[in-house]
Design a protein around this ligand. Structure first.
Ligand code: FAD
Length: 611
């Protein structure tokens, strides 16, 4: 039987043939000169793409290696760019790291003498060009100015992260296509960056207009720009899309970076000279950092070790160069820990030599979320829409009561609701459960995110195997105020669903809580706190992890300084969502791109300053 004929035994034979073959190639690779680059960027996600583009275009005569564990994006998978396919995209194993959070036992928020068990849940992370920006829901949000001013309040040198500096960076990245923007809109938005941001293409689903009217009935003010002067209110989101298609950071920034190619004859390199370009290696999984073993005390990064095509390879940096980790909030801390930077106990228990003890992985922040599902009259499908069209941003009530009118006008809202239509056949794993019970139905899902959580999670290594998942402990609702604020918003969502025109024109009826399937509800409409706690048990994350490589003074549990350099090391920075000291009150793609743009300015300054 031919080796390519498919059966289980042959799978192994094919693997063996492949291994023999790549090992043969490796003998030749060893005779080749070392791979040397001015910058090695680990991860072509949101941050890595922005950084690669800014550095290659702003610094003359450099070369950059980008190592990405996943493959090319839309060129390989057309679904990525289709907004209406986002929920299908969430299930694409090829482009996801496949993480699952840890099951956790913790005291109940309602009765702390009792223990509750929270199941682990899938934790999507993009493993593809563009990283999570190639899979995300495309909502364009920045959070509130106050949060960035808190970043800056950590010391005089942190001023470079205050709102004015961050706003400049947000605008530099953004290319907003709003029609006839007024002066206020122009003050807050950028129009010349590469990341396309647009209003919903060709309007919104009918039923979504119904959500706006229902919210207004309850006194929630209208907001036509969640990234403008105030964040609160009800309105339609803007999206990182161009002409109705996804605009990931790979599409906008990486592809522009690849346009710059110059050949400079330079005998120092090799007979071909130096190529000024960004070299993206796909399917290249970075294992750890290579340190200069001659200067053990100083922890000088000189390159990285990575796995590709069955072989372990090494790439090195040139004398003024740097290794920059852009692996995201789960993987950057993992790579640091595998390289000996992290909490002593966790490293030693995994047989990793500690080079620098730092609280890597400790400050895991995320936005918990929880959806209510309702049936409605049939929805018409809109192919250009990702569904997540309507936002309602409000202040929660700390005692778990329905928010009052003042809460809708509060200038520091802590809840962001996303309303999305549901159509039978429109894949959405979060409502699979209801679908099984109710057969076919159209409807909507209304999902509050707790945007300013008090609970803080952590992650740690489970082993020193770079291909193992780190252990992720989200600690959601560990602090009881998080629980009460979340149920306050869920109660508001139920009120919204009861309002006209949802209840009248669209015949909206909540399912999943107050129906025969609603096993959580013991007393009709009137859910007790215990019922709500049970309802929330298996609810999930909004996939906005950050903070695990915290930018802060070392004395305040910082891992990187204000210029994003790792304490106690040289030539090593981290630039991605992991450096956020506090979580922004909004989705995290735009803030990550903003951080990468600011970081590019710092790196360019430092590089140009080196003689
Ligand atoms: C399902 C989902 C929905 C979301 N919805 C929104 C939304 O609507 N709006 C919004 O603003 N934000 C949203 N987000 C969040 C946002 O996309 C992320 O916060 C942002 O993309 C994070 O950027 P990053 O650069 O930190 O990491 P990522 O974009 O995840 O990039 C990390 C990259 O590094 C690569 N990498 C990791 N480890 C290695 C290694 N060892 N070797 C080589 N490469 C490696 C990864 O493969 C990946 O490409 C969503 C996220 C998800 C997952």
């Amino acid at each position: 039987m031919s080796v390519v004929e498919k059966n289980k035994e042959d799978d192994n034979k094919i693997r063996e043939c492949w291994i023999q073959n790549v090992c043969g190639h490796d003998k030749h690779a060893k005779l080749k000169p070392k791979e040397i680059y001015d910058f090695i960027i680990v991860g072509a996600g949101t941050a890595g793409c922005v950084l690669a583009r800014e550095l290659i275009h702003c610094i003359p005569d450099i070369n950059i290696l980008v190592l990405e564990a996943g493959g090319p994006d839309a060129d390989n998978n057309g679904l990525i760019n289709l907004p209406c396919a986002i929920f299908k995209n969430f299930t694409l194993n090829d482009h996801d790291w496949g993480y699952v959070t840890q099951e956790q036992r913790m005291p109940s928020s309602v009765d702390p003498t009792k223990e509750i068990l929270k199941n682990g849940s899938p934790f999507i992370r993009g493993k593809v060009w563009g990283g999570s920006s190639s899979l995300n829901a495309m909502i364009y949000m920045r959070g509130q100015a106050k949060e960035y001013n808190d970043w800056a309040a950590q010391g005089p040198e942190y001023k470079i992260w205050d709102w004015d500096h961050c706003l400049e960076a947000f605008k530099a990245v953004e290319k907003n296509s709003r029609n006839n923007p007024d002066e206020t809109f122009k003050k807050f938005h950028g129009f010349n960056g590469l990341l396309h941001v647009q209003d919903s293409q060709n309007g919104v689903y009918d039923i979504m207009s119904g959500v706006i009217d229902a919210a207004k009935n309850l006194g929630i003010p209208h907001n036509d720009d969640f990234n403008g002067e105030r964040q609160n209110g009800v309105g339609i989101y803007q999206f990182t899309m161009k002409d109705g298609r996804r605009c990931s950071l790979a599409e906008s920034y990486l592809k522009d970076a690849l346009k710059k190619i110059e050949l400079n004859p330079d005998p120092k390199y090799d007979s071909f000279g130096k190529v000024t370009a960004v070299d993206v290696r796909s399917f290249a999984h970075v294992l750890n950092i290579i340190w200069d073993e001659k200067n053990k005390e100083e922890n000088i990064a000189i390159g990285v070790r990575y796995f590709r095509n069955g072989n372990v390879r090494e790439a090195f940096i040139a004398p003024k160069g740097e290794v920059i980790l852009c692996g995201g909030a789960i993987n950057s801390p993992q790579i640091l820990m595998l390289s000996g930077i992290g909490p002593k106990e966790n490293l030693e228990s995994n047989d990793i030599k500690v080079r620098k003890q730092l609280p890597v992985g400790r400050n895991l922040l995320d936005h918990p979320c929880c959806g209510i599902v309702a049936k409605s009259t049939p929805n018409a499908i809109l192919h250009w829409s990702n569904g997540c069209e309507i936002g309602i941003i409000h202040k929660a009530n700390g005692e778990g009561k329905i928010p009052c009118k003042d809460d809708f006008f509060d200038e520091s809202p802590d809840i962001q609701i996303i309303a999305t239509p549901y159509q039978d056949g429109f894949l959405n794993p979060s409502i699979e459960l209801y679908r099984k019970k109710h057969n076919k139905f159209d409807g909507l899902i209304i999902v509050p995110f707790l945007n300013i959580p008090s609970s803080v999670g952590y992650l740690e290594l489970g082993s020193n195997n770079p291909f193992d998942q780190p252990k992720i402990y989200l600690n959601f609702f560990e602090k009881s105020d998080d629980f009460y604020r979340m149920i306050s918003s869920l109660k508001l969502c139920r009120e919204i669903l009861k309002q006209p025109p949802l209840s009248t024109v669209y015949d909206v009826k909540e399912i999943g809580i107050n129906d025969e399937f609603g096993q959580w509800c013991t007393n009709g409409d009137d859910m007790s706190d215990e019922d709500w706690e049970r309802f929330l048990l298996n609810k999930t994350t909004s996939f906005h992890p950050c903070g695990t490589v915290k930018m802060a003074p070392e004395s305040q549990d910082g891992v990187v300084n204000h210029r994003l350099q790792v304490y106690g090391t040289k030539n090593l920075r981290v630039v991605d969502a992991s450096i956020f000291p506090y979580i922004p009150s909004g989705n995290t793609n735009a803030p990550t791109a903003m951080v990468a743009w600011r970081a590019s300015q710092l790196i360019i300054e430092d590089y140009m300053g080196k003689c």
